[in-house]
Structures are given as C-alpha cells and as structure tokens.
Design a protein around this ligand. Structure first.
Ligand code: NAP
Length: 267
C-alpha cells in the first residue's frame, strides 16, 4: 500500500473539525498527523470524537504542530478571522491546505494561489464540500442562461459569522459567468427599511436568513412571465460534507496551485 496521507486538522474540536477527525481516523489511506484548536489542549482526538484513543492530542500552536507532525495536508474549519493566516502559514511550510472555512476575498485567493505556485504545492478552498450543493450551484448557473431574473436565499444557523454564506457567493459568481449582467427590478424602488431587498450582486439580490435550529439550505429562485423555477438544496448533518473533504485531501496531493471551488473535482 502507498504511504498514507498525513493530515493535520485545524479547528479540530469544533463541529466540522470533529467530523473531519473522525473521517481521517476511519479512512484507510489517511493518517491523523495533528489536531489543532484553541481549546481542549491535551485531549486525545480519538476520544474527543467518540472513537478509541489514537495517541494524537490537541495542540494549540499551529506552526509547531505543522512542523513537528510533518503533515502533508492541513484541513481548516476555523473562523473567517483566522483562516487566511492559517492557510498562508501552512503553504509557507509546504503543507497543502484544504480549506472549508468561508470568508476569503478574491485578493486573498489570488495571493494564496501565488504562494502555492511558488512552493509548487496544491491547495483547495471549497466554500461547500457537499456534492448536492455543488449540483445545485451548477444547475442554477445553467438555468440562469434561460431565466436571468433570479434571487438567492440562503438559510443558516444564527451563530454563523459571515453573510452572505460562501456558498451563496460562489453561486453568485458561477451565475455571473453565464448570465449577462442585467439590473433586475424597478430602478426607482426605495427601501423603507434598510436592507429589505438584500445584498446586491451583479444586478441580482442575495438574502441571508439566520435562525436557530437551521443547518444549511439555499434556494435560487428564478422567474419569467407566467412561470418560476426553484432550485434548492438542504443539508441536515455535517456528515454531508465528509465525502467531499476526503476527495479534496486526496486530490490536493496531485496538482500545483490553488483550486477555488469543489465543483472543479466533479465531472
Ligand atoms: P465551530 O464549531 O465554531 O468550530 C471552529 C473551531 O475552530 C472552534 O473549535 C474554534 O475554537 C477553532 N478555532 C478558532 N480560531 C482558531 C485558531 N486561530 N486556531 C485554531 N483553532 C481555532 O465552527 P464550525 O461549525 O465547525 O464551522 C467552521 C467553519 O466552517 C465556518 O466558517 C463555517 O462557515 C465553515 N463550514 C464550511 C463548510 C464547507 O462545506 N466548506 C461546511 C460547514 C461549515 P474556539 O471554540 O476556542 O473558538
């Protein structure tokens, strides 16, 4: 058998991080190299995720952990405040980033792509690792050619830090590659309550709903005279993202440069 891919997980004691740790510990071609988080230092990661003790404890110094563990890949599910720093640090140490945390600007992505190319390693930033969500984005982009009047509504839990979601931004970008720019709606419209019409993106609107109990959902509503089309995806559990994360970890070992969007890995 080929050498296992050594994976460091940042944000390891978070909700997504724990799911990633479980995946890394159970996939036969992965080896857990390190787990990093601000809290839970010293706790065995196997125990943390309800599996057998694995001998790898949570550390809180990312740089030290990356260097000492000789990780091949760093998976990051932390916060928009810290993820750019973490990604850049990993690349500097030759560790391939697989990033699920959202909140990157186009400038960040450009800068990190250059860093990856200089180091001759691969990297992946995927605002959504769920294959169903990728198909939703792709179908929405295809349909936008025929239904250019559209709005995006995304729903997440009330503790989410960024808005709109990375998935909504990615959907908007994919739609904009296909849909000619038109400004929708009445050009004289006035908001009597600020923000009522949502965020403006290339002529259409994005609405972010934040409520307790909601996991992750998005719909793209398109309409023309006499008809409407709704393309919707619902995620109910973090397990939905793990097949995508595993594919990302394997793929990132095989190319140079930063790929933005998991859709590039789906035919
Ligand atoms: P979470 O439960 O709050 O977990 C984040 C973890 O990261 C926490 O344990 C936090 O520690 C830790 N952390 C924060 N800053 C850190 C740092 N500088 N170094 C090390 N660890 C740090 O959040 P989550 O629900 O897992 O979501 C994490 C991110 O993933 C969010 O941006 C979310 O939008 C994104 N997400 C992406 C996808 C996708 O498919 N791409 C899917 C779901 C979620 P403390 O608790 O001590 O702050």
């Amino acid at each position: 058998m080929e050498r296992k891919i050594r994976v460091a997980v940042v944000g390891a004691s978070g909700r997504m991080g724990r799911e990633v740790v479980k995946t890394v510990l159970t996939e036969p071609d992965f080896e857990l190299a390190a787990g990093i988080d601000r809290s839970s230092e010293g706790i065995d990661l196997g125990r943390l995720v309800g599996l057998e003790e694995c001998g790898v404890q949570i550390q809180n110094d990312l740089e030290l952990a990356l260097v000492e563990s000789k990780a091949d890949v760093m998976v990051d599910f932390t916060t928009p405040h810290t993820v750019v720093f973490n990604t850049s640090l990993a690349i500097r140490h030759g560790v391939r980033p697989v990033i699920g945390t959202t909140g990157f600007t186009p400038q960040d992505i450009e800068m990190l792509d250059k860093q990856c190319r200089d180091k001759e390693i691969g990297g992946l930033i995927a605002p959504n690792f769920s294959i169903g969500a990728i198909l939703m984005m792709r179908f929405a982009a295809q349909a936008a050619k025929y239904f250019p009047h559209l709005e995006i509504i995304e729903y997440h839990g009330d503790q989410k830090l960024d808005a709109p979601s990375g998935t909504a931004v990615k959907t908007a970008e994919m739609i904009s590659e296909i849909r000619e720019e038109i400004r929708q709606g009445n050009q004289q419209e006035e908001e009597t309550i600020e923000g009522s019409r949502g965020g403006y993106y290339n002529g259409f609107r994005i609405h972010s709903v934040r409520l307790p109990g909601i996991f992750a959902q998005q719909e793209v509503i398109m309409a023309a005279h006499g008809q409407s089309l709704k393309i919707r995806h619902d995620s109910y559990d973090r397990a939905a993202y793990m097949p995508g994360v595993a594919i990302g970890i394997r793929k990132v070992m095989t190319y140079t440069g930063l790929v933005y969007g998991f859709e590039h890995f789906i035919d």
